[in-house]
Structure formats: structure tokens, C-alpha cells
Design a protein around this ligand. Structure first.
Ligand code: HEM
Length: 458
């Protein structure tokens, strides 16, 4: 082993629990404070030996260079498997690789082009439903919208039928998984608790719907271009294998689950920041009025709406929905010149790094200007990484980077969102994703884009 290139410190905690209490009491503070101690900090969560890695080069090692020595964390896998089965989020190794290879083309940028119309159509329908002066929970609104978009895009599920069942089952399943993550002691799976029963019922209902759709596609020999039809037809280029119904079911539910709440949260924080910063909001409105006037946006408009994209990216910086992620060390590795034993858990936190004073000027300030002229292209890849990186980078990142700004543009053309309570404090709620306590109550105020455009030209 060579000389250490990066410092490693230890965060000592309770003799038995380690830092478990500090982590559970205020996870965001724990991550941010620990990240400031050293590039690698060792600590314990109960019996688990953990390392928080907070240097961009070392994060690259964890997510990219040493990817082959890493596995899914067993705890994360065990909880998610109850809802998802064996899919991209819960698998490793050859199986994960094959699934990723098969699914990636369906979420490729070229395909996102087809999905853009669905995004705008659904956002437009939400704006049609909204009323001036109405009070809404923006987090719920955004959840509903992104869930309807991902189900429509990936399986052409219509709003009335299957999509309604998905909307009724997935959020409560997510809520149960969230509680299970937060529990210090895991309850054995065979114990028939009311929570487990409900989880099974919801999960079975959701699976029936998705399996029904898969069988329909098989029976009709469908040549549709939605993800479900594609998965039914796909053969793996390397092995010639096809996916079974169960494999497709697991992947579809994984994509639904991974594909709605994250984007919804980024949008929720975007509305929150816009409402507090009139100058940023006004600039966004000017751009929308000048570029779109009174028409809806399309994918090609994104190039002409740089400010909308900058606002969305800055929201992903300050409030990364996946605020930390973990890897289990499957084989001993060296990191920054230090030996990391097998069985350790490595944590990397976009939240801590996106707010690190060592990496950013005035990191707590919401400032879309940081992203002017796609500045992030020149940054270290792991200074700003809301979608992770390496082979397990978010498979939906192109989807989300189109969806966020398109929804923002479609809705902000017609509505401003105001806080219901003038000094409304934002209390972050770090769950599996970075949520907000008590939702985000806001009041809708109608705008007249055409009139605004005329004013801008005058
Ligand atoms: C703003 C929105 C989103 C954010 C911030 C986000 C973030 C992330 C991150 C950080 C990871 C990597 C986690 C890790 O390395 O452990 C990830 C993985 C994943 N994301 Fe996203 N995501 C978003 C939207 C989406 C969408 C729209 C979809 C699907 C349509 C999606 C599907 C997935 C899947 C399936 C994985 C697992 C990939 C694998 O392990 O191979 N995500 N996401």
C-alpha cells in the first residue's frame, strides 16, 4: 500500500452504538459535519463499520474505479426487495449488468424525445385543473404529476385505469419502506405484523396490474414502442436471453418508484425557492414569455430555455433528492492510501458535498447563475453529482433533466406559487429521499403569459 494521499479521521461515538444516535437524530447535519472533518471519516452505526467519503477524486473511486468491488447494501436491498423484487435497484453483478443493458435504451435521450410530449401534456392538464387563489400541497401535486408521467411514458397507462391503481398503491408502499428504513431494529420478515400484511396486499395489487399489462402485451404480440412492449420483445444482445414476466414486473415497478418522487421533490424545492426570490422568478417568467409566449413548450425549446434549466439544476444542487447513497465493500479495497476491509459500508453524500464551503462559493445561497453557459461541464464530475455516477448512475437522468424544466416551464407560464404563510420555514425531512416536513402548502396565482410577453416587447 502506498503513502496515504488523503487523510482519514475517526468519528468516535458511543461505545456500543457508535454514531447511531447522531445519525438518526439529524442525518443531514451528521453528514455535513462529518464531511468537513476529513476526506474519509470512519464511524460506526451500531455494529456496522462505515466510512463517509467526501473528496471528489475519492468519490470517483467509490462509484467508478472500484465499482466492481462494491455491492448493494444488504439492508437497503432487503427492504426494497419486499416491494420491488429483483430489479435494477436491488441487484448486483451479472444479473444487474444484463438488466441495465436491456433497459438503458428505453431511457436514452432519443427516447426522451417521445416522452417529452407526455410530460408537457400532463403538466398542461394540471395547470387546467388549478384555480387562481387555490391552496395546494405542492409536494403532493408534484408527486401526482410525475407519477402519472412516468406510468404514461413507460407503459402508456391511462389516467383512468391502471395509472389510478398505481397512484393508490405506490406512495403508501413507499411510506412503509420509509418507516422500515428508519427503524433501528429490523422486524423479522416472517412476523405477520399489520404493516407487513398491508405491504403484501398493496404489493400484490400493484403486481397484478403490472403482470396483467405484461400478459396483454405478450398476447397481442404488441409492437408498441412503450417500455413494457419493448421489454416483452427484447433479447439480450450478448446472451440471446429474454426477460421473464417476473423480471419485467420487478423492473417496471422499480422504474415507477425511482422515477417519480425524486423529480417531484426537486420541483417542490424549485417552487419554494422561486417564491422567496422575486428577481429569479421574474427572470424565469421573462424567459418563458419571450420564448414561449402563449404556447406550450416542447423538447426542442429546452435549448432556448437555459434559465429554466439553470434553476432546476441549482435546485438539484441545494436539495439533492438522493442526498446520500451507500455501497457495501464486497472485496477489500484501498481508498486514498487506506485499507478498507470487506464488509464495510461506504457512504457518499451529494448533499454534504453540494454544500461544502471547500467546493463552492457561498454554498447555502440559491443561485442558478452557477450553471450559466452549462458551466458544470467543466467541473469535476463529483463536485456536482445529483444523479450519482459510474456504471450505476441514475438510468433516468436524461428523463429527469427534460422532465423537470418542461414541467416548470409549462406550469410557471400560467401560475406563480406563493407561500401560504409569509414566513413559512422549510424543514427538511431526510427519509430515503430528501423530503420536506409537513409538505409544501402554497397558494396558486394565475399569470397571463401573453400579456406579459407583450409588455416585455414594449
Ligand atoms: C431528479 C430526479 C432524479 C434524481 C435526483 C435521481 C437520482 C438517482 C441517483 C443518485 C441514483 C444512483 C444511486 C446510487 O448510486 O446508489 C439513481 C439511480 C436510479 N434511478 Fe434515478 N434519479 C432521478 C430520476 C429518475 C427517473 C426519472 C428514473 C426512471 C424513469 C430513475 C430511475 C433510477 C433507477 C432505476 C436507478 C438505479 C440504477 C442502477 O442501479 O442501475 N431515476 N437515481
Amino acid at each position: 500500500m502506498g503513502k496515504p494521499t488523503h487523510a482519514l479521521s475517526e468519528r468516535k461515538g458511543h461505545w456500543l452504538l457508535g454514531s447511531l444516535d447522531a445519525f438518526r437524530n439529524d442525518r443531514l447535519r451528521f453528514l455535513a459535519e462529518t464531511a468537513e472533518i476529513a476526506p474519509i471519516v470512519r464511524f460506526r452505526l451500531g455494529p456496522r463499520r462505515c466510512y463517509l467519503v467526501s473528496d471528489p477524486d475519492l468519490v470517483r473511486d467509490v462509484l467508478v474505479t472500484r465499482h466492481r468491488h462494491m455491492a448493494r447494501d444488504p439492508l437497503v436491498r432487503r427492504i426494497l426487495e419486499k416491494t420491488l423484487g429483483r430489479g435494477l435497484l436491488t441487484s448486483d453483478g451479472e444479473y444487474w449488468k444484463r438488466q441495465r443493458r436491456m433497459i438503458a435504451p428505453a431511457l436514452h435521450l432519443q427516447r426522451v424525445r417521445d416522452y417529452a410530449d407526455i410530460m408537457v401534456q400532463h403538466a398542461g392538464a394540471a395547470a387546467d385543473r388549478w384555480r387562481d387563489g387555490q391552496e395546494v400541497d405542492v409536494e403532493k401535486e408534484m408527486d401526482g404529476l410525475t407519477l402519472s408521467i412516468v406510468t404514461a411514458a413507460l407503459s402508456r397507462a391511462d389516467a383512468g385505469g391502471h395509472a389510478a391503481t398505481i397512484a393508490d398503491t405506490l406512495p403508501p408502499l413507499q411510506e412503509i419502506a420509509r418507516r422500515q428504513f428508519d427503524r433501528p431494529l429490523q422486524i423479522p420478515d416472517w412476523l405477520p405484523t399489520p404493516e407487513r400484511r398491508r405491504q403484501r396486499q398493496l404489493s400484490d395489487r400493484l403486481s397484478r396490474i403490472v403482470l396483467g399489462e405484461i400478459r396483454e402485451r405478450r398476447a397481442s404480440d404488441a409492437d408498441g414502442d412503450d417500455l413494457l412492449s419493448m421489454m416483452v420483445r427484447m433479447t439480450d444482445a450478448e446472451t440471446g436471453e429474454r426477460m421473464t414476466d417476473e423480471e419485467i414486473r420487478a423492473e417496471v415497478i422499480t422504474l415507477y418508484l425511482a422515477g417519480y418522487e425524486t423529480t417531484a421533490l426537486s420541483l417542490t424545492y424549485t417552487w419554494y425557492e422561486l417564491a422567496r426570490r422575486p428577481e429569479i422568478e421574474a427572470r424565469l417568467h421573462r424567459e418563458l414569455d419571450e420564448v414561449l409566449g402563449d404556447r406550450l413548450p416542447g423538447l426542442d425549446d429546452l435549448q432556448r430555455l437555459p434559465y429554466a434549466r439553470m434553476v432546476f439544476k441549482e435546485s438539484l444542487r441545494l436539495y439533492p433528492p438522493v442526498y446520500f447513497t451507500v455501497r457495501a465493500v464486497a472485496e477489500p479495497i484501498e481508498l486514498g492510501g487506506h485499507a478498507i476491509p470487506k464488509g464495510s459500508v461506504l457512504l457518499v453524500s451529494p448533499f454534504a458535498m453540494h454544500r461544502s464551503p471547500a467546493l463552492w462559493d457561498d454554498p447555502q445561497r440559491f443561485d442558478p447563475e452557477r450553471f450559466a453557459n452549462d458551466a458544470e461541464q467543466a467541473w469535476h464530475k463529483f463536485k456536482y453529482f445529483p444523479f450519482g455516477g459510474g456504471p450505476r448512475i441514475c438510468i433516468g437522468n436524461q428523463f429527469a433533466l427534460a422532465e423537470g424544466p418542461l414541467i416548470l416551464a409549462t406550469l410557471a407560464r400560467r401560475y406563480r406559487l406563493e407561500p401560504v404563510h409569509p414566513n413559512q420555514a422549510l424543514v427538511l425531512d431526510p427519509r430515503i429521499t430528501l423530503g420536506v416536513k409537513g409538505g409544501m402548502p402554497m397558494r396558486l396565482r394565475r399569470r397571463e403569459p401573453a400579456a406579459a410577453a407583450t409588455r416585455a416587447q414594449a
